[in-house]
Unconditional design. Sequence first.
Length: 310
Amino acid sequence: MNAHVRLAAASLILTLFGAACSPDPEPAREAPVPAAPAAAAADIHAFRIGALEAVALKDGEIVLANKAGDSPWADTAAAGAVLTAAGLPADPITLPVQPLLVRDGERVVLIDTGAGGRMGTQNKLVASLRAAGVDPTMVTDVLISHAHGDHVGGLAGSDGSLTFPGAVIHISAPEWEYMKAGAARAGETALLTAATPRVRPFAPGAQVTPSIKAVALDGHTPGHTGYEITSGTDRLLYIGDALHSAIISVQRPEWINAWDTDAAAGVATRQALLERGAAPGARIYGVHFPFPGLGWFQRRDDGFVWVPER
């Protein structure tokens, strides 16, 4: 099964509901970064959002051949040209997977759960969590951006048991309906039975935890959700799969992404996010952007580029 087919299957919960960046021309706009454990420095990145502690957590990478049937961008030659112009290989396309940990008061919040070793990934999330000083049993809240396999695959282990047994699972109500239907078609009724008591669907735009608000980012899936994390005057927007590639999605937001369920809405969302992420003080977390996924967008010529925090 090629990578595109695996990602398409993910829209049905992957039978799993559990199963070069651009140069930095401006002064870096980064928060102080506490030291991470030396042995885990490659897989975690600790930072702050105002008074909140946060950690980028490596789960692995999805590697796609830049060819029809694998890449979501139809014009593979043009996609390759955009990548090479940014100093990257034209083939393959590499999309990191990095869930986000946030300590919100007494809550230990995990945003998305990675792929759980599926889709060719390395299944590093639990080890990364532990390197950050968090055992899976300590997670109190899991926030799901959407029901694709690289975001919900880590909810359960290979034995079907929940990876975060004490956590409430938060997901937008439209996405939960989409997820249940996909899991039912995929034959994951046993897992749905185990997980359903932990699920708390919310209305789009809801305040999910004291410091984290849901942000509807339409187009990718029926209830696709970003999360805005706020502490004092500091904000960070977790964008889920509104943009996949820090190069292609940012520099060519008008290109149709075959993984979006509503292509026109996906284009509009990308364009709006680029405007938002280029505003003064904006800070973006790209779950599929180069690790650790922190930065902002900058206007360049007639478009935008991604600028990572240093």
